[in-house]
Design a protein. Structure first.
Lengths: 337, 318, 235
């Protein structure tokens, strides 16, 4: 079979194996972006500060986007209630703290509550409709969105609540650049939780079974994996990630209110799609890229004022989708007729 | 929406009831009934897109916003006749729908859903940015306001006209092309359906319906077009309505419209939850329960009833 | 006489279509049994009925236990390994992960089992970090066999192992199945279109026609049977 080799393809062939995978438009673009950020940060203190703040915000988007992707991979459904579930669990932390727990005690207790919450939502609301139609499941999550929002407002009220800050107000100065402890803490916690989850999926038997159940449910059943149970556990972990995102988003906004996660959910949608919906790594990278990008654009492009942040994020998303309809990291799926 | 004797009869009955209804209702309830008509139009439009051409949209609130602002601005700046502004909203949204339909050609499934959702999120932000022309967060006030009875008449007349138009459109060649695309794009292409034309057309028509609905929606809020009124929730409500409606039945669309048009108001009065925010709890719970009980929507429920009825005589036979 | 697996009057439906109309068969421990038949005769459905991937009625007994309403997750735990049509490979996972999933229902280390399996499929060792989807068809079939064998099953259900493979590979795969049977005492119920090779491998065989057992007996006898010769062996 004769194929016409394009020039980039020929270039790629002559490279050593380990480099070959990297010489593709997407990794190259990302590498270029990283170089740009590093050089920019070295040249301007202001730029460095904005980049770090963007990174912190981006990991929050990334965490929630990863939660969406986990569920999408398993059930091919976008969970519209993901943000509201995260918001509700943040209120749980608020309640625990007001009952006298320290911030970090409440933090870990909340993660446990979130896991149970996710499992219960899957078993009670999602499992019964799962085999009917995708649209039915989506509408159920939309209903849950409204329901959870209503329940939280009913229980805690729509007024602003204040939580103790997990990180101090300290600002570190490194070579003239000011790094807020809060940004660094957010970054650390989000990255750690994503890494822990990755390790769970990558190295444990449970993680392997969950991946098998999500990818090939029929085959997984044949080797004895209890697929329904794995899906419920998957929702549990997604809710835990959401809770981390919520708990980290709260200090960035200084107040807790029922609409806490609504804009973040939208950015997480954008991040997940940017990364390709099927790709967990893509979701995280997409979130971080979006966070940094928006922060820098907000700082340096006068036209993009705060009202235009969301439309602008989605304009970027649309452009990416038109160029790569399966996202940056997605593999185009060949559909059988 | 199959033409049959029973279907025709029920349509006539529905029309007659709707025509006589305002004489039995208070002004407040006329307003509510008008709102149901607005949702009817929007859901009908979404049904054409999703139910017939198989494309999903979670962004119809954006087209409603554009339609609504068209009416408010034309009335504010030129004191244009309101009916004329509705036609304008229809035309503008049709064209914008075609424009949105073009990139939609490259997207499918969830990606299309999220891209249209992006539209729903982005459009209400624009008045905040371009506040001199679009009124910022204060919104745009039309020069004229209308009574509830006028609104009732206008929205249900528009609903009837648009319903007949949809029926005419979907009955023939175009409807067949849409359905072929929904069932299999590849098969449709290979039997000569020009995919790009019909898919964008479906988007245009659907958006035009949403535009008219938006125009009436604004008239229902005293001619006041405000960004808050067209938030994400509106798009989600239209989607919920379409899901409750199910696909391809007049009664389904009516049920879906009544569901999203009336339920939030009714659930406000449920004593169980009491406070002002209880309405979301009740509404959310009912949305979830309806989908758990009727995953195919109201139309699916009716179809099942019809099947049961058809099956019974057969099983009675010796 | 009671076998490891006994089916009596098993029926199964796909919606309104009845795929099995009362199948009875028996598999003795330590033997290889083949199920032959044309397309749509119910061969695959028989295996699916045993593993519980399709709803069935009738009597199904495995090692003295009634399979009744058990689903695939439970039958796998009882020691029935089902390699389905299309091999059930986890294409997105690595070879090593596929093997680990094979032993999912077992606790403890699987190293020893993997070593045993590698004796039959030595090439798998070099490919353990490769995505299973990038293997060739024959390699995937062998991986499926290896995965099933890691589970140390009491009964292996094989659905058309020869499907889509070159003749050389088919011979190779059947040689390995025979070795597993002879050396490890593995009990196998294999469904095959290729009656020729299946009758060479199996001691006994069943011929299905439209959801019923039309013929049964030792492979020798079936090979000599005129209708089998004409319909399935082609001479």
């Amino acid at each position: 079979m004769a194929t016409v080799e394009t020039r980039p393809a020929r270039l790629r062939r002559d490279l050593p194996q380990w480099l070959r995978a990297l010489v593709r438009p997407v990794p190259l673009g990302l590498a270029a972006a990283c170089v740009f950020l590093v050089v920019g940060s070295l040249l301007s203190n202001d730029f460095a500060q904005q980049t770090v703040a963007g990174l912190a915000q981006g990991t929050i988007f990334g965490s929630l986007a990863l939660a969406l992707v986990l569920i999408y991979r398993a059930t091919e459904v976008i969970n519209f209630a993901q943000g509201e579930m995260a918001m509700a669990t943040t209120y749980v932390a608020y309640q625990l703290i007001s009952w006298g727990l320290s911030y970090w005690e409440a933090f870990f207790a909340t993660l446990v509550v979130a896991f149970v919450f996710g499992v219960v939502v899957q078993v009670v609301f999602i499992r019964p409709v799962q085999h009917t139609s995708v649209i039915a499941v989506v509408i159920v999550t939309v209903g849950l969105f409204i329901l959870i929002d209503g329940l939280v407002t009913w229980k805690w009220g729509a007024d602003l609540k204040f939580m103790p800050a997990p990180f101090g107000k300290t600002v570190y100065h490194v070579g003239g650049v000011a790094f807020a402890q809060q940004d660094l803490g957010t970054l650390l916690v989000s990255v750690l939780s994503v890494l822990l989850l990755w390790a769970l999926f990558r190295f444990t038997k449970l993680g392997l079974a969950m991946r098998a159940a999500a990818l090939r449910p029929a085959s997984a059943r044949l080797v004895g994996v209890r697929v329904d149970r794995m899906l419920a556990i998957g929702w549990g972990f997604a809710a835990v990630l959401g809770a981390v995102a919520g708990l980290m988003a709260e200090p960035a906004q200084y107040v807790l209110q029922p609409s806490l996660m609504q804009p973040i959910l939208l950015y997480a949608f954008a991040a997940a799609v940017l990364g390709g919906l099927e790709s967990p790594a893509g979701a995280v990278v997409g979130g971080i890229a979006l966070g940094v990008f928006l922060n820098l654009v907000g700082q340096y492009v006068g036209f993009v004022t705060s009202e235009l942040r969301l439309p602008f994020a989605f304009a970027v998303l649309l452009v990416v989708l038109l160029v790569k309809p399966a996202g940056l990291f997605g593999r185009a799926r060949v559909r059988r007729v | 929406m199959k033409p049959s004797a029973v279907g025709l009869a029920t349509t006539v009955v529905a029309g007659a009831v709707l025509a006589l209804l305002p004489f039995a209702l208070s002004s407040y309830h006329q307003g509510l009934a008008a709102q149901v008509g607005v949702y009817f139009i929007a859901i009908l439009g979404l049904n054409i897109l999703t139910g017939y051409s198989g494309q999903i949209s979670i962004g119809h609130g954006a087209f409603m916003a554009i339609g609504g602002y068209t009416t408010a601005i034309m009335s504010r700046d030129h004191r244009t006749n309101l009916i004329l502004t509705m036609l304008m909203a229809l035309a503008i949204c049709f064209v914008l729908g075609l424009v949105v339909g073009l990139p939609a050609l490259r997207l499918s499934g969830v990606y299309l859903a999220l891209a249209t959702f992006a539209l729903a999120v982005s459009v209400p932000q624009l008045p905040l940015k371009f506040s001199t022309f679009l009124g910022g967060s204060n919104g745009v006030q039309s020069a004229e306001t209308v009574t509830h009875r006028w609104l009732y008449g206008a929205s249900w007349t528009a609903a009837a006209i648009l319903f007949v138009l949809a029926w005419l459109l979907l009955r023939g060649r175009t409807g067949r092309a849409f359905r072929a695309i929904r069932d299999s794009e590849i098969a449709a292409t290979s039997s000569g359906v020009r995919l790009p034309i019909y898919k964008t057309l479906a988007f245009g028509v659907s958006a035009a319906y949403a535009g008219v609905a938006g125009s009436l929606y604004v008239l229902g809020t005293n001619g006041f077009a405000q960004p808050n009124e067209f938030g994400v929730l509106l798009s989600l409500q239209i989607l919920v309505g379409a899901a409750v409606a199910g696909l391809g039945s007049l009664w389904g669309v009516l049920a879906g419209a009544a569901f999203v048009g009336l339920l939030p108001t009714i659930s406000k009065d449920v004593p169980l939850v009491g406070s002002a925010h209880g309405q979301d709890v009740v509404f959310g719970l009912i949305v979830v329960l309806v989908m758990l009980l009727l995953p195919q929507g109201f139309a699916g429920f009716l179809a099942r009833l019809a099947r049961l009825r058809a099956a019974r005589p057969a099983s009675d036979r010796p | 006489m009671s076998g490891l697996l006994e089916l009596r009057d098993v029926e199964a439906h796909y919606g309104p279509v009845q795929a099995l109309r009362g199948v009875s068969l028996e598999v003795e421990e330590g033997t290889i049994v083949a199920v032959l038949g044309a397309n749509g005769a119910g061969k695959t459905t028989t295996l699916r009925a045993i593993s519980g991937t399709v709803r069935r009625t009738g009597e199904l007994r495995f090692a003295g236990q009634e399979l009744g309403r058990l689903g695939p997750e439970d039958t796998a735990r009882l020691g029935i390994a089902h390699v389905p049509e299309g091999r059930g490979t986890f294409a997105e996972l690595t070879v090593w992960e596929n093997l680990r999933l094979g032993a999912y229902t077992r606790r403890g280390s699987i190293r020893e089992d993997v070593q045993r399996v590698l004796a039959y499929f030595p090439w798998l060792d070099d490919r353990r970090h490769q995505e299973a989807g990038t293997l060739s068809g024959g390699e995937q079939q062998m991986l499926a066999l290896a995965r099933a064998f890691v589970a140390r099953p009491r009964l292996l259900l094989l659905d058309e192992p020869s499907l889509g493979l070159a003749p050389v590979l088919v011979t190779e795969i059947f040689r390995i199945i025979r070795e597993l049977n002879e050396r490890e005492g593995l009990t196998v119920l294999v469904v095959e279109q290729n009656a020729h090779i299946a009758l060479q491998l199996a001691a006994t065989a069943y011929v299905l026609e439209v959801g019923r057992v039309a013929l049964a007996g030792p492979s020798e006898e079936l090979r000599a049977h005129e209708s089998v010769r004409k319909s399935y062996l082609g001479y």
